[in-house]
Design a protein around this ligand. Structure first.
Ligand SMILES: NC(=O)c1ccc[n+]([C@@H]2O[C@H](COP(=O)([O-])OP(=O)(O)OC[C@H]3O[C@@H](n4cnc5c(N)ncnc54)[C@H](OP(=O)(O)O)[C@@H]3O)[C@@H](O)[C@H]2O)c1
Length: 288
């Protein structure tokens, strides 16, 4: 495992485990438990995923069983848009997440979307950080121009920006902006949520054959080799293991370029520029 150093000085594993879209809620705790057992140390959840309590239980179990210590884990959660309306709402949302997680602090708290009054909300999560409830603050889904404007107007630059990054949506411009501000890029859907035939893609499988690796492993390796933290999700332990085994091979510059050529220049998972989607996400309530 390699690490990114956040501007807070904290070490964040470059690869972590995402817990979004686990279809069976009864599976949440088992999946997170298996992920920690497999070796994942970065766990990525969000208030809106509805599984913070299960994640907290899985953490407790693995700590009690001596598999890991809390200090070895890097736990991220996110404040949902509903709570990105005022400073106080966002601050309270961090406290509500900690209550569900049953933890005294998280390692990173993100604003989930560049929506609502995200300046006020960021002040709220910054206050939570100052009180020791979060070790670092960051953002998610902040596109380059939004991120630049944000960084020019906040007191503390976000440590991380978590955005969609995979071979079919490479977002090189976003990476450049983050580099300029010293923000660590983190990939959601690093396996493109299985879209675009990613697992049987001829370029990815062709390159993988050379190293004895799968298309999934090549896609993940490509991102970490360009300095991006990745959060693959799987409910299957064999895929969890496979996705972690990306630290014993290196892609050549030519292979990196060839993978980058798959870029479509847009997302086919979500269109953040669609006003109807923005309306929907703003109105989506995850609590009373
Ligand atoms: N900030 C945001 O707005 C945002 C948005 C989306 C996601 N995220 C975060 O990013 C994480 C990852 O994204 P994601 O879950 O959307 O998608 P993803 O990790 O790109 O893809 C997950 C899919 O790939 C399958 N899979 C995983 N490893 C595989 C392998 N080695 N071979 C074949 N299939 C494999 C999984 O199957 P099974 O599950 O059936 O095993 C699942 O269907 C999320 O869990 C979440 O933490 C954040």
């Amino acid at each position: 495992m390699e690490y990114a150093i956040l501007h807070t000085g904290a070490k964040m594993p470059l690869e972590g485990f995402g817990v979004f879209q686990i279809p069976d809620a009864g599976e949440y705790e088992r999946v997170v438990y298996d992920a920690i057992k497999t070796g994942y140390r970065l766990l990525d959840t969000a208030a809106s995923y509805g599984n913070e309590a299960a994640l907290g239980r899985a953490v407790k179990r693995t700590v009690a069983e001596g598999i890991v210590s809390r200090e070895e884990l890097f736990i991220t959660t996110k404040v949902w848009v509903q709570d990105q309306k005022t400073e106080q709402d966002a601050y309270e949302a961090v406290k509500a997440s900690l209550k569900k997680l049953d933890l005294p602090y998280v390692d990173l708290v993100l604003l989930h979307q560049a929506m609502g009054d995200y300046f006020a909300a960021y002040r709220g999560i910054t206050r939570a950080k100052q009180e020791g409830l979060a070790k670092a603050t960051g953002v998610s889904n902040f596109f380059p121009s939004v991120l630049a404007n944000f960084c020019e107007n906040v007191e503390e630059i976000p440590a991380v920006n978590q955005i969609e990054l995979h071979p079919f949506f490479t977002q090189e411009d976003a990476l450049k902006t983050m580099k300029n501000y010293g923000i660590v890029p983190q990939a959601w859907a690093p396996l493109a949520e299985g879209k675009h035939g990613i697992f049987t893609d001829p370029v990815l499988t062709g390159i993988g054959a050379k190293y004895g690796k799968s298309a999934a492993q090549v896609a993940l390796r490509w991102n970490v080799q360009r300095g991006v933290s990745v959060l693959p999700k799987s409910t299957h332990m064999d895929w969890m293991e496979q996705n972690l085994a990306i630290w014993d091979f290196e892609l050549t510059g030519e292979e990196m370029d060839k993978i980058g050529e798959k870029d479509l220049g847009h997302s086919e998972i979500i269109n953040h520029f669609d006003p109807e989607l923005v309306k929907f996400l703003n109105r989506r309530k995850i609590h009373e």
